[in-house]
Design a protein around this ligand. Structure first.
Ligand SMILES: NC(=O)c1ccc[n+]([C@@H]2O[C@H](COP(=O)([O-])OP(=O)(O)OC[C@H]3O[C@@H](n4cnc5c(N)ncnc54)[C@H](O)[C@@H]3O)[C@@H](O)[C@H]2O)c1
Ligand SMILES: [Zn+2]
Ligand SMILES: [Zn+2]
Length: 392
């Protein structure tokens, strides 16, 4: 089959690789019909490169049709249309029972000290082959699937794999009161979907923050105000909406590749060029995070408010301003999305009325063969690219 593979820092290619086969009795194989590129893939493209091996198949936002099931799978049939959650979870352990599917104890990577295995996401998360390919092997398939109806195009459902549950969890964790004020830092797919969900569900006053024109434009219809960081001071804008108090909640939907931390940026880039073992140590221990977005969240949130982190951070020694967090009495919630937990809440919104605008969400629809260029364009934020759906 054809698959998008990681080949080195800032280098992906489309290769012929062996078709996946059933390895465990609870596996399934799906034929992929749509598969997205995610901001998280950009971490692998660059700063988490030390945890990748050449030839690893990328991708964790796939949907398609069931081709084959292992002998222990009795709730999926060949031909079923399914979206595959980005985290691989069993549905039966303590964590899954508690709605913490991204911490599944059956698929946790204990040797790495990390949570549930993820598709296409490096040796840190199980080095499971990803979904930017013609076919995907789905472990724990009895639970790691979302059945969807045949009545609508893929793009109505494909974001159930990641964007929708991640943005939903970000809003839930932010715990903004109905009609309250929420700032969303970073208006990529996750941030812009979080704006839509916060406006729709909580009737919140949303203040979106970014520094790329088309990303600001996309969020504008769902926001009370968008702040262009190149021109305006986000903290001041938030204060002007809140009698100087700060936002009830702030979502950080940027993560470790934030613009605005030049020193860390240089160190991170260097870590990507180091030989893998050294680069890994630098990323895990030296703390080369770029905390610009998180620091702005701390500044924008009101005393007693909540910061909800959905941006991914790495590194153990980042200088977090604990004094201000403590002094302002901030709640901090974060983590990979527990995809399956939120699906029953989200599905009723995926209707012909399309209140979240999912069917117009993609900016680019491309064949799998275009992936190498698409990664580059997406990373450079060129050509108005915000969300890419690949069609194998
Ligand atoms: N928690 C989860 O389960 C989960 C799931 C998916 C993605 N993520 C993470 O969420 C983050 C966003 O994902 P995405 O797909 O939207 O990525 P993205 O890279 O497209 O979006 C990031 C946005 O942040 C903006 N930005 C950069 N620096 C900024 C700053 N200092 N202030 C304000 N905005 C800034 C960029 O212009 C961009 O629009 C990534 O870190 C990704 O890894 C987490
Ligand atoms: Zn993703
Ligand atoms: Zn589990």
């Amino acid at each position: 089959m054809r698959a998008v593979t990681w080949q080195g820092r800032r280098k992906v290619s489309v290769d012929n690789v062996p078709d996946p086969t059933i390895k465990e009795s609870n596996d399934a194989i799906i034929r992929v019909t749509s598969t997205n590129i995610c901001g998280s893939d950009l971490h692998l493209y660059e700063v988490l490169g030390a945890f990748m091996n050449p030839g690893d198949i990328l991708g964790h936002e796939a949907m398609g049709v069931v081709e084959e099931v292992g002998r222990d799978i009795d709730n999926l049939n060949v031909g079923d249309r399914v979206v595959i959650p980005f985290n691989i979870s069993c549905g039966q352990c303590f964590m899954c029972d508690h709605g913490l599917q991204s911490q599944c104890e059956t698929t946790q990577n204990r040797d790495q000290g990390t949570g549930a295995a993820l598709f296409g996401y490096s040796t840190l998360y199980g080095e499971v082959a990803g979904g930017q390919a013609e076919y995907l092997r789905v472990p724990q398939a009895q639970y790691t699937h979302i059945k969807v109806p045949d009545d609508a195009p893929d793009e109505r459902y494909v974001y159930l794999s990641d964007v929708l549950p991640t943005a939903w969890q970000a809003v839930e964790y932010a715990d903004v009161p109905d009609g309250g004020t929420i700032a969303v830092v970073g208006l990529g797919p996750i941030g812009s979907m979080a704006c839509r969900i916060a406006a729709h569900r909580k009737r919140a006053r949303v203040i979106g923050v970014d520094l790329v024109d088309e990303r600001l434009d996309r969020a504008r219809p769902y926001c009370a105000e968008v702040v262009d960081l190149r021109r305006d001071d986000a903290e001041e804008v938030v204060q002007s909406y809140t009698e100087g108090r700060g936002a009830d909640a702030v979502i950080d939907a940027v993560g470790m590749e934030a613009h605005g931390s030049p020193v860390a940026e240089a160190a991170q880039t260097a870590s990507g060029f180091l030989p893998s073992p050294v680069g890994r140590a630098v990323m895990k221990h030296a703390g080369v995070d770029r905390l610009a977005a998180f620091n702005s969240a701390i500044a924008m949130v009101r005393r007693g408010g909540t910061i909800s982190l959905s941006g991914v951070y790495g590194g153990a020694a980042s200088p977090v301003n604990l004094m201000t967090l403590f002094d302002k009495q901030i709640q901090l919630r974060m983590g990979q999305a527990n995809v399956k937990k939120w699906i029953p809440d989200i599905l009723p919104l995926l209707t012909d009325e399309d209140p979240l605008g999912v069917e117009q969400f993609a900016t680019h629809r491309l064949p799998l063969s275009a992936a190498p260029d698409a990664y580059e364009t997406f990373q450079k934020k060129e050509d108005g690219m915000v969300k890419v759906v690949l069609r194998p």
